[in-house]
Design a protein around this ligand. Sequence first.
Ligand code: PA5
Ligand code: NI
Length: 191
Amino acid sequence: MLFPEGVAIDGKTGAVTPETGRYVKRLSELKGIYQDQAAFQRAVSDGNDPVAYEVIDYRNKESDLSFGTTIMAPGQVGGEYFMTRGHYHERPECGEAYYTQSGEGLLLLESRDGEVRTVEMKPGICAFIPPDWAHRSINTGKEKLVFVWFCATDAGHDYGEILTKGMRKIVVERDGRYAVIDNPAYTKASA
Ligand code: PA5
Ligand code: NI
């Protein structure tokens, strides 16, 4: 039987206590999500294959609801900010919420029929991700971006489509701030 408990979440570090699991994504594991392959190789070797993000969860198969944190390092690859892989949920009826604790970022979302939306991620904003919208978070700041996510335990992650086609937009730095522009690789792939 599960029992209620208070779970401590550190909004600066993203630590979850107690936690049930975690994983780390180093930059080298994110091949293919950035436009500039040469810049990608340079960022991996010059930065000693930095940790791009880490996910810590509080999850139990006996409960339908899970939550946890994502901690994203600041950084760029060829002008694109560090970002997550991005995914749809395997179960299309499952939405999600991202509540930003520290740092600043952009949540990039895309529906199956090609609607694109962004939601700024900053402390105090809880982003609603509707069912069946692909979502990718992007650290547009100079500090760590830490957010808490809440999701159905069995929502599942479907990475295939975003990995092969990319998303319709990319987020780059222009004149010291972020700009959302068309993804040239996406246009080519679907032409
Ligand atoms: O379920 C979520 O949406 C998050 O926990 C993400 O999995 C996390 O932020 C990492 O992103 P991704 O799974 O796209 O690599
Ligand atoms: Ni998700």
